[in-house]
Write a protein that binds this ligand. Structure first.
Ligand code: CDP
Ligand code: CDP
Length: 224
């Protein structure tokens, strides 16, 4: 491809996808694309405009009429919808807890997948999500599936929250993560699942740098 490889990184919530994807992209001078941010942006807009998640026509209208844009920043990317910055707002708890319902809607997946394919078509991209290796970029040269125990993932989110001054109990976070993983793995359209040709990395007892190194090794082997 013109700009390099397509690197697909999938896995359950808080496995470390976005953290390592950003660092891998930096190392190879690739573009980083967080597809979860796109599903979150649609969810936020539905909440803000009072469109119910079971109003399929209403949600479809939001996807078709919204202009989503991304800008690289020091710590990843800034996200905008209709010109308004929503980088922080899409991480709010209410969005996190509703996003899987919106992501299960066929029309939403169809539109966002098409946008993601357009962004990735020339390669030189690290894209993270749930269905990148299986559905969005089935021909990606590198496919990684990141996992970690649910206890470890809840701990990671807990520490992240504490830094932001949010104090949600650990067991509540673990339940939230389990509920979201269940919905993401059991939806009808492009559920979360490991692609047959993906390299699985269990990050439970690995540092961020160790995970980045493992992925960089896979990329370098592919480039040779
Ligand atoms: O919280 P975390 O960073 O793990 O999630 P995210 O990557 O921001 O994704 C938020 C939600 O968007 C997921 O729980 C899925 O419901 C949905 N999603 C999806 O369905 N397909 C993708 N390719 C990416 C995200
Ligand atoms: O994108 P995803 O939801 O898969 O996870 P994330 O938001 O990138 O990572 C969740 C947290 O785990 C972050 O605070 C990371 O610093 C931490 N972490 C990690 O990503 N990888 C490790 N090997 C260890 C910790």
């Amino acid at each position: 491809r013109k700009n390099g490889l397509q690197v697909a990184i999938d896995g359950p919530a808080s496995a470390g996808k976005s953290t390592v994807a950003k660092l891998v992209a930096k190392q190879f001078h690739y573009v980083y694309c967080d597809t979860g941010a796109m599903y979150r942006a649609i969810t936020l807009k539905a909440i803000r405009t009072g469109v119910s998640f079971d109003d399929l026509a209403g949600i479809a209208k939001i996807v078709k009429s919204s202009k989503m844009t991304f800008e690289p920043s020091d710590d990843g990317q800034k996200v905008f919808i209709d010109g308004k910055e929503i980088t922080e707002a899409i991480r709010q708890e209410d969005v996190t807890n509703s996003v899987s319902a919106v992501a299960a809607i066929g029309e939403v997946r169809k539109q966002l997948s098409a946008q993601q394919q357009e962004i990735a078509k020339d390669g030189g991209i690290v894209m993270d999500g749930r269905d990148i290796g299986t559905s969005v970029l089935p021909d990606a040269e590198v496919k990684i599936f990141l996992i970690a125990s649910v206890e470890e993932r809840a701990q990671r989110r807990y520490k992240e929250n504490i830094q932001k001054g949010i104090n949600t109990p650990l067991d509540e976070l673990q339940m939230e993560i389990e509920a979201r993983d269940y919905k993401d793995s059991h939806r009808k359209i492009s559920p979360l699942t490991k692609a047959a040709d993906a390299v699985e990395i269990d990050t439970t007892s690995l540092s961020i740098d160790q995970v980045v190194e493992k992925i960089a090794n896979v990329i370098n082997k592919t480039l040779k």
